[in-house]
Design a protein around this ligand. Structure first.
Ligand code: ADP
Ligand code: MG
Length: 353
């Protein structure tokens, strides 16, 4: 079991509030990703769960037991740091054995567990090397291995892939997902990388300035962002966000801005000044024979970027910059003037703050 419950957790450094009043239950077996930009409080929150930093306010429970005042080494949690924090003077074998020696396990038991973990991570041939004799990817595995040997109730990981090159990052991402499925253990994983969050998480918490901006499955957070902040953080390129005004009231909402017009079937808002959100993959080139409902935007294509199978168009409209993602089969030249359209179900409405 590894259910972690945070109640009103906060932490200030002098006058700066790094984490503010976070209440959250991380269910046993979840792969919970704490996602947000640099400085939003991810590491601070993780370190409080790990017991490496005292909260200013709030309580932390692990499987119903209050662990707020329990020292780090007495918490049945294992942490993987961004820097790996391996002991440079110890061999891989002794690095892996270290947490078990602290627990005062017998020699044979330690050797058996080290061998098991080394075999499962395919680092058994590296056991006699020192960290400086390893590649970045191998060091990363040893850091994960050192967490695994303890068989903890939950794994806490702070940007564990950020020091790997792109190819290794993708591979290791898939390995960590497989590891999570195999162990069925609770993972709390910090990242600023929305691709890692989307691909690995069972639940995502989006943090903004120390607060929870949104909590949900990757699909919920991507398909139904509750704020402009979340909408603008996920996706590559992120959701297009265009200032518009609601014209006319009632069940049917019409929106307008310079070069933009639309009728939306769905959506309700009391606001007059709104932000329209449309994902780049939900825009298409308007076709006179196509559907009339939804939003249409007059744009000029500034840049066409070829991604291989797809292309990204960066356009200017009267309502602001617009990105569109489309198949390369659609031939579009830089400088072209087009009308883009999004179906009503793909148009998000946010209040302008
Ligand atoms: P993240 O991991 O999301 O990048 P952090 O949790 O490291 O963010 O930091 C959140 C905020 O708290 C930042 O404004 C940071 O400068 C501040 N902070 C973090 N640790 C300390 C510290 N030890 N002393 C003072 N300020 C800190
Ligand atoms: Mg951090």
């Amino acid at each position: 079991m590894g259910t972690i419950r945070l109640s009103g957790i906060g932490r200030s450094f002098k006058s700066t509030a790094a984490v503010r009043d976070i209440t959250l239950t991380i269910d046993d077996g979840d792969f919970l990703v704490l996602l947000g930009p640099s400085g939003c409080g991810k590491t601070t929150l993780l370190r409080m769960i790990a017991g490496l930093l005292e909260p200013t306010t709030g309580r932390i429970e692990l499987d119903g037991e209050d662990i707020t005042d329990l020292p780090s080494k007495k918490r049945d949690l294992a942490m993987v740091f961004q820097s790996y924090a391996l002991y440079p003077h110890l061999s891989v074998r002794r690095n892996l054995a270290f947490p078990l020696r602290v627990q005062k396990l017998g020699k044979d038991e330690i050797e058996r567990r080290v061998q098991d973990v080394a075999a499962s991570l395919e680092i058994d041939h590296l056991l006699d090397r020192k960290p400086k004799e390893l590649s970045g990817g191998q060091r990363q595995r040893v850091a994960v291995g050192r967490a695994l040997v303890r068989d903890p109730k939950a794994f806490l990981m702070d940007e564990p892939l950020s020091n790997l090159d792109a190819k290794l990052r993708t591979q290791t991402r898939q390995e960590l997902t497989a590891l999570h499925r195999r162990l069925g253990a609770t993972f709390v994983y910090v990242t600023h990388d929305q691709v890692e969050a989307m691909t690995m998480a069972t639940r995502i918490v989006v943090l903004n300035a120390g607060r929870i901006e949104q909590y949900g499955t990757p699909e919920e957070v991507y398909d139904r962002p509750e704020s402009v902040f979340v909408a603008g953080f996920l996706g590559s390129p992120a959701m297009n966000l265009l200032d518009a005004r609601v014209v006319g009231a009632g069940g049917r909402i019409s929106v307008a801005a310079e070069g933009l017009a639309g009728d939306l079937w769905a959506g309700s808002t009391d606001a007059l000044d709104v932000v329209l959100g449309i994902r780049p993959e939900h825009l298409e080139i308007a076709d006179a024979a196509g559907p009339r409902a939804g939003v249409s935007i007059a744009v000029t294509v500034d840049i066409v970027e070829n991604l291989g199978g797809e292309q990204i168009l960066t356009c200017t409209s009267g309502a602001g910059r617009v990105h569109m993602r489309t198949s390369r089969a659609v031939r579009i030249a830089e400088g072209a003037e087009l009308t883009l359209r999004a179906a009503p179900e793909h148009v998000h409405l946010f209040e302008r703050s």
